[in-house]
Design a protein around this ligand. Structure first.
Ligand code: HAM
Length: 422
């Protein structure tokens, strides 16, 4: 017996129904913000990802050599591919360019609930604008996408990598020591951050105030800490403008400043944000993104870029954890021929109804009315149509409402009546 590879999943029709529902909902939200859908290949040249995505991603990459000796990789994410596409074909498009995508990604990670080796992302990139309004709209869209699919309990955190690096400068920490600290900050390991700082020769009091600022949500305190760094102060006031816009113009209030957001990918610069679903426990991060720089590295003309990706699979898990009632799979009509002679006519009726925009299934097992009605309820058919000899003579058919059991005879040509759905 064959087994599927570790960290991959099969999806039943019921699961696919949920996934399609969530995907359609997200697609229409992206569209409502003026974003256009694109698609890129499932595999790329390996170098595209080793250029700048960072150690974490490189260790997890699925790479292979093809028969022509080319080094390729299954994509671990879509930002680098979209930037490659932009530099190659889309640089002349009017700005800002707003692109969104759905795509499966591959990471050789340790599988657990919410963490897979093949997973799906819904993401977007905005190219050519770096105003606070653009960032506020981007973050608001991420939040709205998750709200619109039906999630109730989500938490938005916003940080800025330039501010974090200015905090490192306050301590005069060299780059290699910053690099050691970043994973500890990422995992919110406060005690470990403190002891690492002390190992680096930072005085206990200075280490404690660094940690305090890392954990504060108060912009004034952060500004007091980095007071001599004008660039970081400018970034901080930009962050404040973004927060005000989110609150006033987008009516989003459930957010916090979190300077300790470091993100797992190396291309980010400046504003970064994450959205968590607290109900998910360890793998609670639903969405991550921010401003980044890749275009000039890929040979394009420097222009601001930002974006985010939502973990599609985690979104479904979060909805299930909130006991969200997904719409049940259903079909409009199930057509039942009363006997074998009626099968041809049943198929013909099914075809006519499909042409009228109705979803139809037909009894193909010739199993009689009783069993067929039972099957019709199991597939959640709204109506059953029974095709018998008597009715046919008059070009009519019996329609049964599957929830009330009520039956009536209607003329085939009159079904459904104008203005009625089925
Ligand atoms: P990321 O944070 O690496 O960012 O991934 C985005 C989301 O994908 C995560 O928040 C998480 O929900 C989901 N995810 C990541 N790894 C897994 C996994 N192994 N199993 C299930 N879900 C997972 C990026 O990928 C950036 N490209 C986002 C971006 C777009 N930044 C700018 N533009």
């Amino acid at each position: 017996m064959f087994k599927k590879p570790r960290g991959t999943r099969d999806f039943t029709p019921e699961e696919m129904q949920k996934r399609k529902y969530v995907e359609e909902c997200m697609r229409s939200t992206f569209g409502s913000f003026g974003y256009k859908e694109i698609q890129t290949p499932m595999f790329e040249n390996l170098e595209l990802f080793t250029a700048k995505s960072g150690e974490g991603i490189i260790q997890e990459i699925y790479s292979f050599m093809d028969k022509g000796g080319r080094d390729l990789a299954l994509r671990p994410e879509l930002t680098a591919p979209v930037m490659r596409f932009y530099v190659d074909k889309l640089q002349m498009e009017p700005k800002p360019l707003k692109l969104f995508y759905f795509g499966n990604c591959f990471r050789y990670d340790r599988p657990q609930k919410g963490r897979y080796r093949e997973f799906r992302q819904a993401g977007c990139e905005i190219i050519g604008v770096d105003t606070p309004e653009a960032y506020a709209e981007l973050i608001a869209m991420a939040y709205t996408l998750l709200k619109n699919v039906g999630l109730k309990n989500i938490k938005l955190n916003i940080g800025n990598l330039n501010i974090l690096s200015s905090m490192f400068n306050v301590l005069n920490l060299p780059k290699d020591k910053q690099k050691c600290l970043v994973p500890l900050i990422d995992k919110s390991l406060s005690e470990d951050v403190l002891s690492a700082l002390q190992d680096f020769g930072i005085k206990p009091q200075e280490a404690t105030s660094f940690l305090e600022i890392l954990q504060t949500t108060d912009i004034k305190k952060i500004s007091g800490y980095i007071k001599s760094d004008q660039t970081a102060l400018d970034e901080l006031s930009k962050l404040e403008q973004i927060l005000n816009l989110l609150r006033d113009s987008f009516d989003i209030k459930n957010y916090e400043v979190k300077i300790s957001i470091v993100r797992g990918l190396d291309y980010y610069k400046g504003i970064v944000f994450e959205i968590d679903a607290p109900s998910l426990g360890a793998e609670k991060q639903l969405c991550g993104g921010g401003a980044y720089e890749l275009i000039s590295l890929f040979g394009g003309k420097e222009t601001p870029t930002a974006g985010f990706a939502i973990g599609f699979d985690r979104t479904i898990l979060a909805l299930e954890a909130e006991e969200y009632q997904f719409p049940a799979p259903k079909i409009d009509v199930y057509v039942i021929p009363v006997n074998e002679d009626m099968t041809g006519k049943a198929l013909e009726i099914a075809r006519t109804l499909r042409e009228r925009g109705i979803s139809v299934d037909v009894d193909l097992l010739k199993r009689g009315i009783g069993k067929s009605l039972k099957y019709a309820s199991s597939i959640n058919a709204e109506k059953a149509i029974i095709v018998g000899l008597n009715e046919l003579k008059e070009d009519s058919m019996t329609i049964r409402d599957m929830s009330s059991g009520e039956q009536k005879i209607v003329n085939i040509n009159d079904y459904p009546l104008a203005g009625q759905r089925i």
